[in-house]
Design a protein around this ligand. Structure first.
Ligand code: NAD
Ligand code: IMJ
Length: 256
């Protein structure tokens, strides 16, 4: 079969390590012939991410802390300066303070709420604004969400509220950017053992429960999420925008 992302330039934000969903997506994008630009959060991750970027055959690696307006402006400047067209962008970034993911939701502090929303939700809007001008032939923007956006799940708390805002942002961005043939979607993934999930209390219990009750009787793996990202980035996804696609072994449909 021919490569689905041949001649496409892509940006993947949110690569921290080999377990990151962003890593699986970057790998699948390369497999399908895409040119890859990767961004990472900051100096603390630089060495590790440089190694991964080389291994993935990335064309560029940029530092981009989404809380820094200057970093986003810099990203936008670099993209415009190089006259590089961008075809697809993956936003795979989330953060909340650890204590907000364990104490009762009603205890969420103003600071914790704002931080989670700044990093996990607002950043999609900032990134979209930075890349839209260089998506000169249309494009595909996607982000990663979780079922906690629409259902109450233990401890997900402020992240659930941030993901609800993220999914609503996907719809408003899709409406705004649709006339430029830029599509915006979310992939709602089932639980995957990444750095962002590892520290979560009872995570293995959650995985066991998912395995028992999903139609497919297995947890989802990052490669399945990545293949859906390939589809959304490719011309095969050209009719889909403003959507949340569940890649969760079917867990979301179950009522028992
Ligand atoms: P991960 O920890 O590998 O990825 C999270 C990324 O966010 C990291 O690369 C981190 O550097 C980045 N990040 C945090 N703060 C940032 C900042 N200020 N600026 C730039 N980057 C910043 O974990 P992951 O599981 O791959 O998470 C990726 C996305 O997938 C997140 O949006 C997460 O909510 C979502 N998701 C994860 C699961 C799961 O079970 N792992 C399920 C559904 C959705
Ligand atoms: C996160 C918290 C609570 C329950 C959870 C998760 N479940 C799953 C996750 C059931 C699957 C992982 N997930 C979907 C996330 O979006 C994680 C986001 C996250 C994780 C951490 C851990 C370390 C930290 N801050 C975090 N911020 C966001 O300090």
């Amino acid at each position: 079969m021919s490569e689905l992302l041949k001649d496409k330039s892509t940006i993947v934000l949110g690569l921290a390590n080999r377990w990151s969903i962003a890593y699986a997506i970057a790998k699948a994008f390369r497999r399908e012939g895409a040119k890859l630009i990767l961004t990472y959060q900051g100096e603390r991750q630089q060495d590790a991410v440089e190694e991964l970027a080389a291994e993935l055959g990335a064309a560029r690696l940029l530092s981009c802390d989404v809380t820094q307006e200057t970093d986003l402006a810099h990203l936008s400047e670099i993209l415009r300066g190089e006259g590089d067209r961008i075809d697809a962008v993956v936003h795979s970034i989330a953060f909340a303070n650890k204590e907000d993911l364990s104490r009762p939701f009603v205890e969420t502090s103003r600071e914790g709420f704002l931080l989670a929303h700044e990093i996990s939700t607002y950043s999609l809007i900032g990134v979209s604004r930075a890349v839209a001008p260089v998506m000169t032939e249309g494009g595909s923007i996607m982000t990663l969400s979780y079922l906690g956006a629409v259902r109450v799940l233990p401890n997900y708390n402020v992240m659930g509220v941030a993901k609800a805002g993220l999914e609503a942002s996907v719809r408003y961005l899709a409406s705004d950017l649709g006339p430029k043939n830029i599509r915006v979607n979310a992939i709602s993934a089932g639980p995957i053992k990444t750095a962002s999930a590892r520290g979560i209390k009872d995570f293995s219990k959650i995985l066991d429960r998912v395995t028992e009750s999903t139609p497919l009787r297995r947890p989802c793996d990052p490669e399945e999420v990545a293949d859906t990202a390939v589809f959304l980035a490719s011309d095969l996804g050209r009719g889909i925008t403003g959507n949340v696609i569940y890649v969760d072994s079917g867990y979301q449909i179950m009522g028992f």
